[in-house]
Design a protein around this ligand. Structure first.
Ligand SMILES: Nc1ncnc2c1ncn2[C@@H]1O[C@H](COP(=O)(O)OP(=O)(O)OP(=O)(O)O)[C@@H](O)[C@H]1O
Ligand SMILES: [Mg+2]
Length: 164
């Protein structure tokens, strides 16, 4: 029997404009409580996608979404708050607890986007949407979306098919 409830989508994003369109669409369907885990090496496009998600979440245009590498977390207003975390400089779970980031991993009133989520270890939220970036060319990225629940697959289906 064909599984009508996929747990992953693979998308090819050809260029910055398409990444912007994808992120904006994704941002539009996010709701408080959602966590996105962005996996991929330096320069893969994680912050660029977060900027586009912010546009879909209606973060006002006078806010520039920049990499929170040093401050670890930036919060932006929007349709709901956007919490943008970068774990690159953290080495493990103690660091994450010490930095006071745990509450954002189960965000009651906002959406949380995490760069370098590999560092979260056992703190990785089980219900999160994972997006893994693979650089396929100067402006070409392959995105693998993985999700644990039918809820995500239903929400993503229509627009992911458009990009795949
Ligand atoms: N299709 C694309 N999607 C995203 N970024 C792209 C794309 N094509 C080119 N780029 C460029 O790749 C770079 C991605 O940088 P970005 O800061 O978003 O990466 P990152 O994954 O957040 O890296 P880091 O781990 O250092 O935070 C930018 O210079 C961006 O303009
Ligand atoms: Mg970044």
């Amino acid at each position: 029997m064909v599984d009508s409830r996929p747990s992953r989508y693979t998308l090819i994003i050809d260029g910055l404009e398409t990444m912007e369109a994808f992120g904006r669409q994704l941002g539009r369907l996010l709701m408080p409580g959602d966590v996105l885990l962005l996996y991929g090496g330096l320069g893969a496009g994680k912050t660029t996608l977060t900027q586009a998600i912010g546009h879909g979440l209606e973060v006002p245009s006078n806010y520039y979404i920049s990499s929170p590498s040093f401050s670890l977390m930036h919060e932006y207003p929007g349709r709901c708050p956007l919490y943008h975390i970068d774990c690159y400089r953290l080495t493990g779970e103690d660091d994450i607890e010490g930095a006071g980031l745990i509450e954002y991993l189960d965000p009651l009133t906002g959406v949380c986007v995490v760069e370098w989520p590999e560092r979260l270890g056992t703190l990785t939220p089980a219900q999160a949407l994972g997006i893994t970036f693979d650089i396929r060319g100067e402006e070409r990225r392959r995105l693998l979306l993985t999700f644990p629940s039918v809820n995500w697959s239903q929400r993503l289906k229509t627009f992911c098919e458009h990009f795949s």
